[in-house]
Design a protein around this ligand. Sequence first.
Ligand code: 0O2
Length: 264
Amino acid sequence: MSDNEKKTILIDGAEQLAMNIAQYSSGLIVDDERILDVVQEHIIPFESFFDTYACAIMEMETKFNVLNKQFSLIYDGNPIVYIVSRVKDYDSILRKVIHKNLPRTLDAIEKNIRDIAGVRVVCSFKEDIYRLERCLLSQDDVTLIDRKDYIEHPKPSGYRSLHLIVSIPIFLEQGKKDVIVEVQLRTIAMDFWANLEHKLKYKKNIDPHRLEDLSKELIDCANISASLDERMQNVRDCLVKDQPVPQQTSEDMIDQLLNGNGVQ
Ligand code: 0O2
């Protein structure tokens, strides 16, 4: 069977695998060798699909860790507070496949679901988000596919973050593969808000009036939190301005980083 044929049956293959395992558990299949063959046939290509995204995440995290290190030479402190990454789980992928009415094939999933690999980069200050974006996108192996600036244009819910859908190459045993990664950049305040709002979104059996009140409250919190981000940024700008004038400005130094000259 060719790789492409394998890819096309895989999602259905997962169902078949589940069915075989259920039959094995209930004693309907008694042949140990047969169940092992079925598992091998279906699991290995599946695992390799997910591993590819796990590798892309490692690659992307390294890019941000390197930038964080370099930025810390320019600024007083690291711009990135933490990075949280995940490969989307099978259930969520399947839910998206159904929601978007996609063919149940790995090829279709690869092309149409762009957040299987997700990297969330959390910074203290809004300005650092755009600096990191500029540095990331200037790297010649990073291709921007889509950009959504929910900081400049927040969602009606109050959600703020900068989303970048990018493609990066990863180098596997079989050769180079371009993989799509969703990068979400946000401040600590935006992250704090989004995590709480996410909990409300998935809360079941909530009274509709209560839900409306809490949603309004969260919109209010989002605005307060955005204004806090602005004020903290202003305080930092003042602190930076009050520092003795360096021979090079931080923007000059970033340009050097972008041009690959390193920091002097
Ligand atoms: P999870 O569990 O975080 O992965 P698409 O992803 O392309 O189908 P869309 O609308 O183009 O859909 O994506 P969008 O809105 O640019 O970004 C989707 C992701 O951003 C979500 O992933 C969330 O992580 C985050 N997000 C977007 N809007 C909100 C919001 O209003 N509140 C919160 N808390 N997070 C939001 P998933 O797949 O929904 O979930």
